[in-house]
Design a protein around this ligand. Structure first.
Ligand SMILES: CC(C)(COP(=O)(O)OP(=O)(O)OC[C@H]1O[C@@H](n2cnc3c(N)ncnc32)[C@H](O)[C@@H]1OP(=O)(O)O)[C@@H](O)C(=O)NCCC(=O)NCCS
Length: 298
């Protein structure tokens, strides 16, 4: 374990796959405490951890009281990490131990920068500011509240929305990552697959493809059930086909599908790099929490 002096009474060790449920529990408990709703599930954690580019043992630190996970740090990408501290253990200074570990580990890998995302204005945000982290962008969780009517939007003539077939996975990856790589690094297909069609519980309806009159793929949506909610994890429209209401139609389709599979509400996350906040508000979604991405040069 790199440079960690576990606080009094706690032990430190790398996390293992068997800790995924405990990590989800700590994360969700903290989300409830900080922003009123806890959305993280074990499937979310497993999907991230099973990416081929990621090594769980060298990328995580768990702090335990006996067998109970109290807090953790997870360097999910070379320049980005998460931390979680169970609300019962707030106020013990654990956050600084975790941030310190993320910084040390990212630095040891040769990274020039470490970043994380935390609820805006909360305790973790203040700790990051005190450590010299600067704000890079704002992020939001948005919800289509239970009972809200779905604003339908007709597709342009000849367009269709349907489940992507398994032999179209590479096509979906191309459409989504071409769009997202306009404002962040492209995710390799193997990692993308681990998060999308390899996600525990994945079903064909979770991956929707929008085609034009010629049958060409022009957009894709990744939507799945998370507890009682439908989560739109990814939505992308080919650059040359934007501004024709495709995303609106794809969102309406995703919401309706999630509801037909039992979702009570729907939600998604976005940030100020995408410029898409207005799109989600136009389809009836409301901001439920505001987050801040902060980074430190190493
Ligand atoms: C965001 C994205 C999916 C929108 O696709 P689209 O098909 O062009 O969106 P729509 O045509 O359905 O837009 C619906 C409304 O939202 C608005 N809108 C859409 N994208 C917007 C953006 N980036 N900034 C501001 N407004 C936007 C449009 O003005 C439109 O409003 P209008 O009908 O009153 O003119 C597309 O820009 C994209 O793929 N971006 C890259 C990937 C990405 O960032 N995905 C979202 C991550 S959270």
């Amino acid at each position: 374990m790199k440079d960690v002096e576990p606080p009094e009474g706690l032990t430190a060790r790398p996390l293992a796959l068997a800790d995924a449920a405990a990590v989800a529990e700590v994360t969700a408990a903290e989300e409830v405490h900080e922003v009123g709703e806890g959305d993280t599930t074990e499937e979310d954690i497993v999907a991230e951890w099973q990416r081929p580019s990621y090594d769980l043992a060298s990328s995580t630190l768990g702090l335990f009281a006996g067998d109970r996970l109290v807090a953790y740090a997870d360097l999910v990408r070379p320049d980005f990490g998460y931390t979680g501290v169970h609300p019962d253990d707030h106020g013990r200074g654990l956050r600084d131990t975790l941030f310190g570990w993320l910084e040390t580990t990212a630095r040891a890998r040769g990274g020039a920068l470490i970043s994380t995302q935390v609820p805006g204005g909360g305790d973790a945000d203040r700790r990051l500011e005190a450590r010299g982290y600067r704000v890079r962008w704002t992020a939001w969780d948005l919800e289509l509240p239970a009972g809200t009517a779905i604003v339908t939007q007709p597709l342009p003539a000849g367009h269709a929305l349907r489940d992507a077939r398994a032999d179209e996975h590479e096509l979906v990856w191309t459409v989504v990552e071409d769009a997202f790589s306009e404002w962040r690094d492209r995710q390799p297909m193997a990692d993308f697959g681990a998060m999308v069609w390899g996600r525990p519980g994945h079903e064909p309806w979770n991956l929707r493809l929008c085609t034009d009159a010629a049958g060409e793929a022009v957009g894709a949506t990744h939507v799945y059930l998370s507890g009682d909610a439908g989560y739109v994890a990814r939505i992308a429209v080919r650059r040359d086909r934007r501004g024709h209401g495709l995303a609106r139609a794809m969102l309406a389709d995703a919401f309706a599908l999630a509801r037909s599979h039992g979702a009570v509400r729907c939600y998604l996350s976005t940030d100020s790099r995408t410029g898409a906040l207005g799109l989600y508000e136009k389809v009836g979604m409301v901001v439920t929490s505001t987050w801040v991405n902060r980074a430190l040069d190493l």
